[in-house]
Design a protein around this ligand. Structure first.
Ligand code: ZN
Length: 372
C-alpha cells in the first residue's frame, strides 16, 4: 500500500515539475517600448486625430449616395496637416476619394511595402444617438479619452501613418524600399471602389509587395481574460464570414385566436436552438500564437495554464467562452442580427424572417457550418 502511495506521490511530483518547467521556460517575447513623442507632440497628434473624426465621411450603404463634400474635406484636411508628406510623396486618387501615396525608396531592388487604412465610417442611426456619451462626430477629448466615430475604425490608422511619415520626412529619413500608403474611402461597403481598384492598379503596374499592413486590431483594455494591463493586438488572420437567412411561412390570423405555433414562434425556436448549439471550440493557429505571446505576461495561475495549453485546453475554452470577445477567438460565432415580421399589433404575421451572421474560425468552411 505504502509503495503505491509513494508511486502516486512520485507521479504527482514529476507532473508538477513538468508543469513548472514549462512555466519557467515560457519566457516573455515583448520588445522594448520606446517613447518617440513628447507629451506636447502627443497632444498635437491626438488633436489632429480629433479633427479627422469631426469630418463625417460616412459610407451609408452599397450604392447609396455619400456626402461627397465631407470626403473632399477629409482629403484637404490631410493635405493641410501633413504638408511635407504631400510635397514629397506622389499621390494618385481613385474613384475621386481613395488615395494612394508613393514614397520612393533608395533601393529599387527591394520589394515595396504597403500600409493600408480606410477613412470612411459606418452611419449612426438616429435612434442610437441617445446611447452615445458624446455626439459621434464631436472628436471630443475628455480626461485623456478621445470620443468619436472612427477613433478606432479606422481614422486612427490613417492619422498614425501620416504622423509617422511626416515626422520621418522632417528628420530627413529616406526609406530603402518603396513605401505605398493606400487609403480607401469605402471599406465599410466592401471597398469595391477603393481598395479593390487600387490593388488592381498596383497589380497592373507589376508592383508586388513584400508585405501589406492593414487595419488589424486595437489596444484592448479589460477584454482579454486574465490580463489587467492594456494589450495591443496584431491581427495575423481574419475570420471567415457567412450569413444565413431563415424564413418561416405559416397561415396567420387574428391575434385573438392564435394557433399553437405561429411563424414567429417557430422562428424564435430555431434561433434559440442555434444559440444553444454553438460550434465547437478550437485553438486555431493564430490563437495559439496569441497565447504563446500573451501567456508569459500573465499572473502565475494563468501563465501555468497557457504554458501547458494542450493539457488545459478545456479550462481555456471555459474561460474564453464566458465573454463575447474571448468566445470569438475560440469558435465560429453565431449572431442573429435581423428579425423581420409583423406589421400590426393584433394580426399574426404569416411570414417571419431572421438573418444570422457567422464568423468562421480560420480553417473552417461554409460547408462545415451548414453541416453543423
Ligand atoms: Zn475598418
Amino acid at each position: 500500500m505504502k509503495k503505491i502511495l509513494r508511486l502516486i506521490l512520485l507521479v504527482i511530483i514529476i507532473f508538477t515539475l513538468y508543469l513548472l518547467y514549462n512555466v519557467a521556460t515560457f519566457s516573455g517575447k515583448q520588445g522594448e517600448a520606446v517613447t518617440v513623442l513628447s507629451t506636447v507632440e502627443f497632444k498635437q497628434a491626438a488633436n489632429r486625430l480629433a479633427g479627422a473624426l469631426r469630418i463625417p465621411t460616412v459610407s451609408h450603404g452599397k450604392n447609396l449616395p455619400v456626402d461627397s463634400s465631407a470626403f473632399v474635406r477629409f482629403g484637404r484636411y490631410l493635405e493641410e496637416n501633413y504638408p511635407l508628406t504631400h510635397a514629397r510623396l506622389t499621390l494618385k486618387k481613385f474613384s475621386a476619394f481613395s488615395r494612394l501615396y508613393h514614397w520612393r525608396g533608395t533601393d529599387s531592388g527591394r520589394k515595396p511595402i504597403v500600409l493600408a487604412a480606410h477613412f470612411d465610417v459606418v452611419p449612426v442611426g438616429e435612434e442610437n444617438l441617445p446611447l452615445w456619451n458624446h455626439p459621434p462626430f464631436s472628436g471630443l477629448i475628455q480626461n485623456d479619452t478621445l470620443w468619436g466615430r472612427g477613433a478606432i475604425d479606422d481614422k486612427i490608422n490613417i492619422i498614425a501613418i501620416m504622423e509617422a511619415v511626416e515626422r520621418l520626412l522632417s528628420g530627413g529619413f529616406e526609406p530603402a524600399r518603396d513605401i505605398w500608403l493606400a487609403f480607401g474611402h469605402d471599406e465599410e461597403i466592401e471597398g469595391t471602389r477603393g481598395a479593390k481598384v487600387m490593388s488592381a492598379w498596383m497589380k497592373e503596374q507589376g508592383i508586388r509587395a513584400e508585405w501589406v499592413l492593414d487595419e488589424g486590431y486595437a489596444v484592448l483594455q479589460d477584454m482579454i481574460p486574465g490580463m489587467d494591463g492594456p494589450v495591443a493586438i496584431i491581427g495575423t488572420a481574419e475570420k471567415g464570414y457567412a450569413t444565413i437567412r431563415l424564413s418561416v411561412s405559416i397561415i396567420g390570423g387574428h391575434s385573438s385566436m392564435p394557433e399553437k405555433e405561429t411563424a414567429l414562434d417557430v422562428l424564435a425556436g430555431a434561433i434559440r436552438r442555434l444559440k444553444q448549439n454553438p460550434l465547437p471550440a478550437r485553438l486555431s493557429a493564430p490563437v495559439r500564437d496569441f497565447m504563446r505571446y500573451i501567456g508569459p505576461e500573465m499572473p502565475f495561475a494563468q501563465k501555468l495554464v497557457f504554458a501547458n495549453t494542450s493539457l488545459f485546453k478545456n479550462i481555456i475554452f471555459n474561460i474564453y467562452s464566458a465573454k463575447g470577445s474571448g468566445n470569438a477567438m475560440v469558435r465560429t460565432t453565431t449572431a442573429p442580427t435581423i428579425f423581420r415580421s409583423g406589421v400590426k399589433e393584433n394580426i399574426i404575421p404569416q411570414q417571419a424572417e431572421a438573418t444570422v451572421n457567422f464568423r468562421l474560425l480560420p480553417g473552417e468552411t461554409r460547408e462545415g457550418l451548414m453541416q453543423h
